[in-house]
Design a protein around this ligand. Structure first.
Ligand code: FES
Length: 171
């Protein structure tokens, strides 16, 4: 006898339930639309970021120090600005205290600048005696502000040998 034509009932495979399929489709639709919305918002945020450019807030490169007559003759270290103010009679010049090797503060030792980090040595005019510093110390423009302070511009390197004589100190 053949089994053809007999009904053995309906076999239900888990997930074939129309109610479950509808829920799954709804969930996938929500996930899909959510992804598109998230991508759109990310792009919008990136585009909006362009209206706020990166700004690097650095300390001003031109600043006032003390009044010229407040400096003694010789080398005066200014830790806040990492430089030396050198007064020779009434003439001033300013040399960077930043070692050109890796940026430590050099120390004035009476006859030369020494770097405590890796041993570089510099002449009183900032030129290198011995490395590893590859470059001499920078000299900066010095001037007098309208209100009578010594003014330095570290954005304006000047030639070695530059001197500034404040008008009020001129003999
Ligand atoms: S930082 Fe001055 S010698 Fe290295």
């Amino acid at each position: 006898m053949s089994n053809l034509g007999h009904n053995y009932g309906t076999v239900r495979i888990q997930g074939d339930d129309p109610a479950v399929n509808t829920d799954r489709r709804r969930l996938l639709r929500i996930v899909g639309k959510g992804s598109v919305l998230a991508a759109f918002l990310a792009q919008l945020g990136a585009a909006g970021r362009a209206f706020f450019p990166n700004v690097l807030y650095e300390p001003p490169r031109k600043f006032n120090l003390k009044r010229p007559h407040d400096y003694p003759v010789g080398y005066t270290f200014d830790a806040a600005h990492r430089l030396y103010v050198i007064r020779n009679a009434n003439a001033f010049h300013v040399i960077s205290a930043i070692c050109t090797h890796l940026g430590c503060n050099v120390q004035w030792k009476g006859t030369e600048f020494d770097c405590p980090c890796h041993g570089s040595r510099f002449n009183p005019d900032g030129t290198v005696i011995s490395g590893p510093a590859p470059q001499p110390l920078s000299w900066f423009e010095a001037n007098e502000s309208p209100d009578g302070f010594l003014q330095v511009d570290t954005a304006e390197p000047v030639a070695r040998g530059f001197r500034f004589v404040p008008p009020n100190l001129k003999a």
